[in-house]
Design a protein. Structure first.
Length: 88
């Protein structure tokens, strides 16, 4: 089970580091996604946008992009770090 660490805004790097267990690996992932610049310290505009979200907002954003449904159609499961469709 994933521990509910670093759920707030501004925790993008810390959250991913907690999930993958290694800061260098987390930085490499964020660079590959285009969220961190090559220096490994500077957030790109997209990285700044993602970093300004909570982990719940990021999960619901991922689910929204995947399904095409609005983010308000989802709820966040912090222990699984994913968003699930609400029964509407």
């Amino acid at each position: 089970m994933i521990q509910p660490d670093f759920l707030e805004k501004g925790q993008l790097i810390n959250r991913l580091t907690s999930q993958v267990g290694d800061k260098a690996k987390a930085i490499a992932i964020l660079q590959k996604r285009g969220h961190l610049a090559a220096d490994g310290k500077t957030l790109t505009p997209e990285g700044q946008r993602r970093n300004s979200m909570t982990s719940a907002e990021r999960a619901m954003d991922r689910a929204s992009k995947k399904t095409g449904k609005p983010t308000n159609h989802f709820y966040y499961d912090q222990f699984k770090n994913n968003a699930k469709l609400l029964n509407k």
